[in-house]
Write a protein that binds this ligand. Structure first.
Ligand SMILES: [Zn+2]
Ligand SMILES: [Zn+2]
Length: 273
């Protein structure tokens, strides 16, 4: 059962996700489209990427925007929590003075997270692109609010289940030492370490879990953008070390290792792990 504070925090996360989609992501994408894409001049790096992968950068707007959602959501939480780390007293953190990174740890965390976001993500996006081709629902399709709310909930259940199962598997000795140990480097993580993971873990355990919901439900693209932002902001919060972002649950997993395997507390309640 969620506390009132947690419900308010979840509502705030969702509200910011809407703001990010409508005020940052969609305008930024329109701007990119209006300048780079409509200019007709394909930058050499994009031309090379298209030639190498067969991915049509100029026509897969939904997939492109998913990438932009990832960048904006990760960047937003990194920025907000970074400012809070500089301003707020240590007492706001679940693990007190342990919950801060050295400059080198920060560089390592951001470096691998951005590598995963910009490079590793294609290991999932390209097969999805090839097997499903383009996301068939277009943005100008009428949006039925009730249906989209249900689909959003299905996305949440999907990621919770997927993350719990893959995360539990990653703690098996054969996978832990080779893959998941990387993510457990930080016993008291901060928000920018939310995507600090071995590329295999990031691709299969994290990213696939997040986009599986939109792929299964074929929700409206706008719903998928809000969903992806919401999922990544929540992940940033659960790695932030801040009590007010309800980081204690996942923080205990980093601290004590064999507890709290889920994204939220649902699977914990069902399985006691
Ligand atoms: Zn773990
Ligand atoms: Zn973690």
């Amino acid at each position: 059962m969620k506390s009132v504070g947690e419900v308010i925090y979840n509502a705030g996360t969702l509200l910011y996700s809407f703001f990010a989609v409508y005020q940052l992501i969609l305008p930024a994408y329109d701007h990119i489209q209006g300048t780079v894409i409509s200019s007709g001049e394909i930058p050499p790096s994009i031309a090379a990427f298209q030639a190498l992968t067969g991915y049509d950068v100029y026509n897969n707007h939904t997939f492109n925007k998913w990438m932009l959602c990832g960048i904006v959501a990760y960047g937003s939480m990194g920025l907000v929590c970074g400012i809070l780390d500089l301003c707020l007293p240590i007492s706001f953190k679940t693990q007190g003075s342990r919950s801060y990174f050295t400059p080198q740890e920060w560089i390592d965390a951001v470096g691998l997270s951005l590598f995963n976001l910009f490079i590793t993500s294609w290991a999932v996006m390209l097969p999805v692109y090839y097997f499903i081709n383009v996301y068939p629902v277009h943005e100008d399709t009428p949006l039925d609010l009730k249906t989209e709310v249900v689909k959003f909930a299905v996305c949440a259940v999907t990621v919770e289940t997927w993350f719990y199962v893959t995360h539990y598997a990653l703690h098996l000795p054969m996978f832990y030492s080779r893959i998941h140990k990387k993510h457990h480097r930080f016993k008291a993580p901060i928000a920018v370490a939310s995507m600090y993971a071995h590329p295999i873990e990031f691709a299969l355990g994290n990213l696939l879990g997040v986009i599986l919901g939109p792929l299964l439900t074929q929700c409206h693209p706008i719903t998928s953008y809000v969903w992806i932002c919401n999922a990544l902001i929540s992940t940033g919060g659960s790695h932030s070390g801040y009590k007010m972002f309800y980081a204690d649950f996942h923080d205990q997993h980093h601290q004590y290792f064999d507890y709290n395997f889920g994204v939220g507390k649902t699977m914990y309640s069902m399985h006691g792990t």
